[in-house]
Design a protein around this ligand. Structure first.
Ligand code: ATP
Ligand code: MG
Length: 481
């Protein structure tokens, strides 16, 4: 068997190893497996693998450490990192350490096959090995970017791959899509992380002021310039300068920025001393720069200077698979300090969040969740905790809708888990009784123990309700209003 057709699977879960082996053997690969990093390293020392798939979380040595070790033995080794986590940290970290690619669990084998095909196709092409970057992002708490959408995953990869370069970046995306967050992340994953990340909003400041904000000024250079002042290019020295809303910058100033990018130096306003510009530029805009260029409102040469690495963030409505993920992320973020107890999204809320168009993108979603957490305090986030305008007109919600479906689903799931072993049980009746009991308990809770209101809300006879409550020995806690 040819060396190039061996594939190694590293995962501490036997199940994963077995499924993988089967799937790839079907495609005529020889598949070796290792249950931990140690075993994998041993195998890699003795064999050449076409591709190595490695889990990221393993007991003794993590997939990332393994990746580093393997790269020491064979810089050309291609490792695909697998993880169940949907946040960006792992992806960026993996790509930065030199992973060939990254997949998040659960994945389908079409993705795996496509990856293997790609490696096969590029087998004879020499890929220069990436320089190793051993730096940690210690001391900097970088906010976690959430997203399992393909485009977002690719953006994480781009951040990881371009972390060690000084190339200019242009980030485009609608308002609230996370442009600033991505710029900040790029900075903290770069070699400039220990120097400042400076942000300037080119839309918020008048032209004259913007020029002096950027380049600084000398004392007396214009009315009001009472002292010498450092500009952002100087303040950001060694770090990253984030030019936000660059599409709003006036042409004259665009020319000056272009000059800095070309010559890497600048003058303070009214100054004669030439100063070095040691910054990485990341620019962002929510405007369509192509259109602005057509209208001669944005310089084409500047565009090309900035657009060396392009990151175009899709609006949230084009990556709806991230909505629930993001909502849960913001829920967690907002429940830590203010609220005690458990909050979670009811299924009706999930449904509503997933049917809204999110013109304000992630920022809007974050605001909605923040507000809902305050209103709900603890327990499920229901439709009543959401702003009216995001609820579809035809959304049919009864008072106890969300509460019920979530609790019941959980209950039934638990029941199935507990009774996994019992075959052919007559569990239908049992489940119905269990659910019925929960229904009454929840409804009573919601109606402060008032049976009349519960009977009315559920649309059942109050004597029937009373009889059932007695039979089920449900304890009624009367809560005075
Ligand atoms: N993928 C993401 N995961 C988690 N939080 C995110 C993500 N994207 C954006 N956010 C959050 O959404 C909010 C808006 O992000 P950000 O300010 O970066 O957007 P922007 O594109 O710069 O918006 P604007 O154009 O309005 O300035 C921030 O609070 C940020 O923390
Ligand atoms: Mg912004």
């Amino acid at each position: 068997m040819n060396d190039a057709q061996k594939i190694l699977i590293v995962d501490d879960e036997e199940n994963i190893r077995r499924i993988f082996k089967k799937a790839l053997e079907k495609k005529n690969y020889t598949v070796h497996t290792a249950k931990n990093a140690e075993e994998a390293l041993q195998k890699i020392k003795n064999q050449n693998y076409l591709l190595i798939f490695s889990d990221i979380f393993m007991d003794e040595m993590s997939g990332l450490t393994l990746l580093k070790e393997v790269k020491k033995i064979n810089p050309q080794a291609k490792i695909v990192v697998m993880t169940a986590q949907d946040t960006m940290n792992n992806t960026i970290e993996a790509m930065r350490t030199g992973a060939y690619d990254y997949i998040s669990k659960p994945f389908d084998f079409e993705t795996v096959y496509a990856l293997v095909d790609r490696v096969e196709a590029s087998r004879d092409v020499q890929i220069p090995s990436r320089p190793k970057i051993e730096k940690e992002i210690e001391g900097h708490s970088v906010r976690s970017i959430v997203g399992k959408n393909k485009v977002m995953q690719n953006i994480f990869k781009t951040i990881g791959k371009s972390a060690s370069s000084d190339l200019s970046v242009l980030i485009t995306g609608e308002s609230g899509t996370g442009k600033e967050m991505i710029a900040e992340t790029m900075h903290y994953y770069s070699k400039r992380k220990d120097h400042p990340f400076i942000c300037i909003n080119c839309a918020a400041i008048s032209r004259e002021l913007l020029e002096s904000e950027l380049f600084g000024h000398e004392k007396g250079s214009f009315t009001g310039a009472v002292d010498q002042k450092k500009g952002k290019f100087e303040i950001a020295k060694g770090g990253t300068l984030f030019l936000d809303e660059i599409g709003d910058m006036e042409l004259a100033l665009q020319a000056k920025i272009l000059r800095v990018l070309q010559n890497k130096d600048f003058y303070r306003v009214g100054g004669k001393e030439i100063l070095q510009a040691n910054v990485r530029i990341i620019a962002a805009t929510n405007q369509n720069l192509e259109e602005l260029m057509e209208q001669k409102r944005f310089r084409e040469d500047l565009f090309h200077r900035l657009n060396v690495i392009n990151i175009s963030i899709p609006p949230l409505r084009e990556r709806m698979e991230d909505v629930t993920l993001l909502a849960n992320h913001f829920l967690k973020k907002n429940t830590t300090d203010l609220i005690q107890g458990e909050t979670y999204l009811s299924s009706e809320t999930v449904e509503i969040l997933n049917s809204y168009s999110w013109r304000g993108n992630i920022r809007e979603l974050e605001n909605v969740i923040q507000r809902a957490v305050v209103l709900a305090r603890t327990g499920p986030i229901l439709s009543e905790h959401l702003p009216e305008h995001i609820i579809p007109d035809n959304f049919n919600t009864t008072e106890i809708d969300g509460l019920l479906s979530n609790r019941f689903r959980q209950l039934i799931l638990e029941f199935f888990l507990k009774n996994q072993e019992t075959k052919d049980g007559n569990i239908y009746e049992e489940i119905i009784q269990l659910v019925e009991k929960q229904l009454f308990e929840v409804a009573l809770e919601k109606h402060s123990g008032k049976q009349i209101s519960v009977a009315k809300a559920l649309g059942i006879n109050r004597n029937t309700l009373k009889r059932k409550i007695d039979a089920m020995k449900i304890e009624i806690k009367k809560i005075s209003p």
